[in-house]
Design a protein around this ligand. Structure first.
Ligand code: GTP
Ligand code: MG
Length: 463
C-alpha cells in the first residue's frame, strides 16, 4: 500500500442540521497546532502540551479579526490512542450549522484540508487500527436501520469475519508451502505431506468458505429487508394490517372493496427483523381497468416476495377465491393472517386447509390491534428459527465480500480437483495464490488503491 498521509484533515463529524451539539474533527500531525490557532482557552489555556484525552473549555475565535464564533469544548487526543492513530482534536460546538461551517472554514484557513468521505476511517485502516472488513463494518453501522443489522455490523467491526478469513488463509498457506516445497526440492529427498492430506486440507478450506458464502444471503436480507407481501381478497383488512404493523395510518382504509389499487411499500422493523412490506390490491375478477392492473401487480408481488402474509376475513365464510389464493402462494414461508378477530369467527375458517409452505397461522384484529404482537413474534421466529442463528454473527453483509468468497469457493474446489487428478504442483499452487489474494482483499492485505477509493467513498464526510 503506497498511500502516504502526512497532512491534517478536518470535517464536520455530526449530521447536518440543527442539533444540541456539533463536532468538528481534525486528524493528522498538525491537528493540535491548527486547533490552537483558532482556539482561545479560558484563562489563556492552550491545547499544545495537554495530555491525551483532556478537555478544554473556551471559544473559537477568528484570528483575522478577533471575533468570537462559538463557545466550545475541545478534546485533545494524541496518537496512537485515537480512532485514526493520529493526533485528533474534536471541537464540540453548539449545533448551529452556521457556527459549525464557520469553525470548519477557520481550521481549513489555519492549515487543515477538508476531509474526503470516509477519510478518517481510511486513515484508521492505513495506520493498521482496523482491517478493511472492519472499516466496511463502520459504513454498515452508520447505515443500520434495525437492531439486527446493527448487531451484524458490530460483530464484523469486532473482527469476526476477518478472523475466519485469516484462519482459512492460514490453512491455505500451509498447503501452499507444502506444494512449493515439492516443486523446489523435487530432486531431493524431503518429506512432503501426502497428496491425500493436502487435498483434505483444501477440501476443509473449501467447505468453510462455502459455509461463509451461504450466510451472505442472510446478510443481504439483513441489509435490505425481507421482501414481504400482504395479500388477500378485497376488504379483508390488508391495508389495515399494514397500518397496524407500521403504527400509523399509511394506507387508505375504507369499507369499499377495491380501495387499494397500487402497491404501497414501507420499511419496518419487526422485533429487530427488517421487512420491506408491501400492501397490495385485493385479488378478484374485475372489469375496472385500474383495478385489473392493480390485481396483476398483486400477483407479481406474490411471486417475487420472500415472505407472504395471506390475509383472510375470519368473520366471513371461506370462499372459493380464498382457497384459490392460498394455493397460488408458493413462496416459503407464508403466514395465514385471520383478521377481524374482534368479530365472531365463522366456523368454516377452522376447516381451511393450508399447504406446507404456510408455516404459521395467527388471529389478529387490525382494528383493535389484538394479535398483532403474536403476528410479529411469529415473523421473528420464522426468521430466526434455524434460518438465522444470531449467535454466529459472522454474516457476509457486503456484496464485495460475497463476490470474493464465491470466487474463493470455486478456486479452492479447482485446487483440490487438480491435486487429486495428479496435476503438477505448480498448477495447484498458482490457483492457491489467487485464492489467497482474493481473501486478502477482504481483510485489505492485498487490496488495490482503486478499490479502497471506491469503498471509502461510500462513507459520509466526517467519518
Ligand atoms: N371489525 C373489523 N373490521 C376491520 C378489521 N380490519 C379491517 N376492517 C375493516 O374492513 C374494511 C376494509 O379494510 P381495508 O384495510 O381497507 O381492507 P383491504 O384488504 O385493504 O381492502 P382493499 O384495499 O379493498 O383490497 C374497512 O372498513 C376496515 O375498517 C378488523 O380487524 N376488524
Ligand atoms: Mg387496501
Amino acid at each position: 500500500m503506497s498511500i502516504i498521509v502526512n497532512d491534517t484533515i478536518a470535517a464536520i463529524a455530526t449530521a447536518a442540521g440543527q442539533g444540541g451539539i456539533g463536532i468538528i474533527r481534525l486528524s493528522g500531525p498538525a491537528a493540535i497546532d491548527i486547533a490552537d490557532k483558532i482556539f482561545k482557552g479560558n484563562k489563556g489555556a492552550r491545547l499544545a502540551g495537554r495530555k491525551s484525552h483532556s478537555f478544554l473549555l473556551g471559544t473559537v475565535c477568528d484570528p483575522a479579526d478577533g471575533t468570537d464564533v462559538d463557545e466550545v469544548l475541545v478534546a485533545v487526543m494524541r496518537a496512537p490512542g485515537t480512532y485514526t492513530r493520529e493526533d485528533v482534536v474534536e471541537i464540540n460546538c453548539h449545533g448551529g450549522v452556521v457556527a459549525l461551517q464557520k469553525t470548519l472554514n477557520l481550521v481549513c484557513a489555519a492549515g487543515a484540508r477538508p476531509a474526503a468521505p470516509g477519510e478518517f476511517t481510511m486513515r484508521a485502516f492505513l495506520n493498521g487500527r482496523l482491517d478493511l472488513a472492519q472499516a466496511e463494518a463502520v459504513i454498515d453501522i452508520i447505515n443500520s436501520q434495525t437492531e439486527a443489522q446493527l448487531k451484524v455490523a458490530v460483530a464484523q467491526l469486532e473482527g469476526g469475519l476477518s478472523q475466519k478469513i485469516r484462519r482459512i488463509s492460514d490453512v491455505l498457506i500451509a498447503a501452499l508451502a507444502q506444494l512449493e516445497a515439492a516443486v523446489d526440492f523435487s530432486d531431493e529427498d524431503i518429506e512432503v505431506l501426502p497428496v491425500d492430506d493436502l487435498s483434505h486440507m483444501l477440501r476443509e478450506a473449501n467447505a468453510e468458505l462455502k459455509a461463509l458464502g451461504e450466510t451472505s444471503n442472510r446478510g443481504r436480507i439483513l441489509r435490505e429487508g425481507i421482501d414481504t407481501a400482504i395479500v388477500g381478497l378485497p376488504n379483508v383488512g390488508k391495508s389495515s394490517l399494514l397500518n397496524a404493523l407500521l403504527g400509523e395510518e399509511r394506507a387508505i382504509v375504507t369499507a369499499v372493496p377495491g380501495t387499494t389499487r397500487d402497491v404501497i411499500e414501507e420499511a419496518i422493523s419487526v422485533k429487530g427483523v427488517p421487512l420491506r412490506i408491501k400492501d397490495t390490491a385485493g385479488i378478484r375478477h374485475s372489469v375496472d381497468e385500474v383495478e385489473i392492473i392493480g390485481v396483476e401487480l398483486s400477483r407479481k408481488t406474490i411471486k417475487t416476495a420472500t415472505l407472504v402474509l395471506c390475509v383472510i376475513d375470519g368473520s366471513r365464510p371461506i370462499s372459493a377465491e380464498d382457497i384459490a389464493l392460498v394455493e397460488e402462494i408458493k413462496s416459503e414461508p407464508a403466514v395465514l393472517v385471520v383478521n377481524k378477530a374482534d368479530l365472531p369467527e365463522d366456523k368454516s375458517v377452522a376447516g381451511l386447509e393450508l399447504p406446507q409452505n404456510f408455516k404459521a397461522q395467527v388471529r389478529v384484529s387490525a382494528l383493535t390491534g389484538a394479535g398483532i404482537e403474536e403476528l410479529e413474534t411469529s415473523i421473528e421466529k420464522l426468521f430466526f428459527a434455524g434460518d438465522i442463528d444470531m449467535s454466529d454473527r459472522t454474516l457476509i453483509t457486503n456484496a464485495r465480500h460475497t463476490q470474493l468468497i464465491e470466487r474463493a469457493v470455486d478456486a479452492t474446489r479447482e485446487a483440490f480437483e487438480l491435486l487429486e487428478a495428479s496435476m503438477p504442483e505448480e498448477v495447484v499452487s498458482t490457483v492457491l495464490k489467487d485464492v489467497l489474494s482474493d481473501l486478502g482483499e477482504i481483510t485489505g492485505e492485498t487490496v488495490s488503491e482503486d478499490i479502497l477509493g471506491r469503498i471509502f467513498s461510500q462513507f459520509c464526510i466526517g467519518k
